[in-house]
Design a protein around this ligand. Structure first.
Ligand SMILES: [Zn+2]
Length: 389
């Protein structure tokens, strides 16, 4: 109960602060005595500080409570195919330090060692003592059992059932939380980004793959076994190209970075595109220069992506849909085609409810998302945290 009240109070200060104690009591429904006792504890621990109100017209200014962003620190790590990205953040998920390390040994043990080294490095760069580290969050591609802290299946490494949380915890001596990378991104948006104040929103990421995060009625939706959101593997055309998952014609097999590059270089062999295309920036640039092969590829992929998103919108009726990921570099040809298809294929009412946002992208966002995994534990009441059967 105390832990729940503590999160409720912290969350109220985070959402409404600077805020007076009386106001916290009123908005949380807790007794003033409880609020006073718990805030004293939070001040003592450095998570909250007292601040005098700025405008005083003679009388004694009320004392307000605010979150102390530097009351604790978090490390967020995103494990990529060949490197790990890490960020040291404050309590408001602001990035203070960033660093990345290559994965030379691609075994699970090798990756754990790199992540442990990254934590040490980031604490050193930020001159943060280990006791101020609240926890480490790790975002990974694949199917993750976040309650057990186990990576069930990794598409990039071929690992199965790796207890990443416990292995890393033994190294860093601080609580470790792990989750699927798209979920961590969604969490960051919900607590600190464009998902704030929206009860029903979706995040779609595009890039190396396609991912989906679902928040309905303010709650994260994970599905019966934690596998919800495999949007990249909905079938667009059962006779389509082979996907990484072993099936044919998944959305990812049409619109992911590797799929687009394969299409570009196939078009080159048929001389629709005169040059070898090395990366997505190059393909996007060719399309903006009007190179017909590049325009055709990105227009078709954007349309397919938009149709698939329209299906999601028709099912979930989100108030907001955030699109992000490395694929935001695909450029206007892709995204204009996507917007047209979304408008064309959603039910009119659903379309009117929808606010579509394309979020700028940087590798930092993944690491910030992973850090939010830890911050969630601080701000969200344990009863509201995702409970799995
Ligand atoms: Zn697939």
């Amino acid at each position: 109960m105390r832990a729940i009240n503590r999160s409720v109070i912290l969350n109220s200060i985070k959402a409404n602060g600077p805020i007076a104690r009386a106001e916290v009591a009123r908005s949380s429904g807790l007794s003033p005595a409880t609020v006073t006792a718990i805030t004293a504890e939070l001040i003592e621990e450095g998570f909250v500080y007292e601040k005098a109100a700025g405008d005083s017209s003679g009388g004694r200014p009320p004392i307000l409570l605010a979150i102390n962003p530097l009351g604790g620190y978090v490390v967020g790590i995103k494990l990529m195919e060949d490197h790990a990205i890490g960020a040291l953040t404050d309590l408001e998920a602001n990035i203070l330090q960033r660093h990345q390390m290559p994965l030379i040994d691609r075994s699970a043990e090798g990756a754990i060692q790199v992540m442990a080294d990254l934590v040490k490095m980031l604490l050193g760069l930020g001159a943060v003592p280990r006791k101020k580290l609240i926890g480490v969050g790790v975002g990974l591609a694949g199917i993750v059992d976040s309650n057990q802290g186990v990576l069930r299946q990794s598409p990039y490494f071929g690992w199965l059932d790796i207890p990443i949380r416990d292995l890393l915890q033994a190294h860093v001596k601080a609580p470790v939380f792990i989750d699927n990378d798209v979920n961590t991104f969604t969490l960051a948006e919900r607590w600190f980004g464009s998902g704030q104040g929206v009860k029903d929103f979706l995040t779609v990421t595009i890039g190396r793959g396609v991912g989906l995060g679902i928040v309905t009625n303010g709650q994260f939706y994970r599905g019966a076994g934690g596998g919800a959101g495999e949007f990249g593997h909905i079938v667009v055309d059962a006779d389509g190209p082979l996907c990484d998952c072993g099936k044919r014609g998944c959305l990812e097999a049409f619109v992911s970075d590797p799929a687009l590059l394969a299409q570009a270089n196939e078009a080159k062999s048929k001389t629709f595109i005169p040059q070898t295309v090395n990366d997505l920036e190059e393909l996007a640039r060719l399309s903006q220069q009007g190179e017909p092969g590049a325009v055709a590829i990105l227009h078709r992929a954007g349309s397919i992506f938009g149709q698939s998103i329209a299906n999601l919108v028709n099912i979930f009726n989100p108030g907001r849909l955030l699109i992000s990921g490395e694929g935001v570099r695909n450029g206007p040809v892709f995204f204009n085609a996507m917007r047209t298809a979304i408008q064309e294929f959603t039910m009119p009412g659903q379309y009117n409810d929808l606010e579509l946002r394309i979020e700028p992208w940087g590798d930092d966002i993944w690491a910030r998302g992973a850090a939010s995994l830890v911050l969630q534990q601080l701000f969200e009441s344990p009863v509201l945290q995702d409970v799995k059967p």
